[in-house]
Write a protein that binds this ligand. Sequence first.
Ligand SMILES: [Zn+2]
Length: 120
Amino acid sequence: MQKYRKRRKDRQREKRERTGKSGSFITFHGYFVYSCDACGAEFKMWLQQGVEGPEKKQPAPFFIRCPHCGGSSRHFDWTKARFFQPFQVPLLPGTNYFALDEKLGHARPVFIPTSKKETP
Ligand SMILES: [Zn+2]
């Protein structure tokens, strides 16, 4: 089997998208709204192009860690899900999103902290 070799630049960009390094750009095409069973928080999870939607490459998990309390939150209300024409945005502190992750086999939740200090 011939292995497709990605260019170094592509790999670096994909790593930034996966890990949520602030300052890079990413293409979103919608969001899901998640709700936490433990603290009741509702929050948007933006979807990188390819996560769910019309040209789905990977699914987003139903259950993810709550970025506020660390509890278990879930995608609870499909009527609040939205899809748009894909648009590119800079990754900024406080952005929560799902990134494509070939290693995981499903989308990886990424929470970019609002400040450098992580809450304990
Ligand atoms: Zn919570």
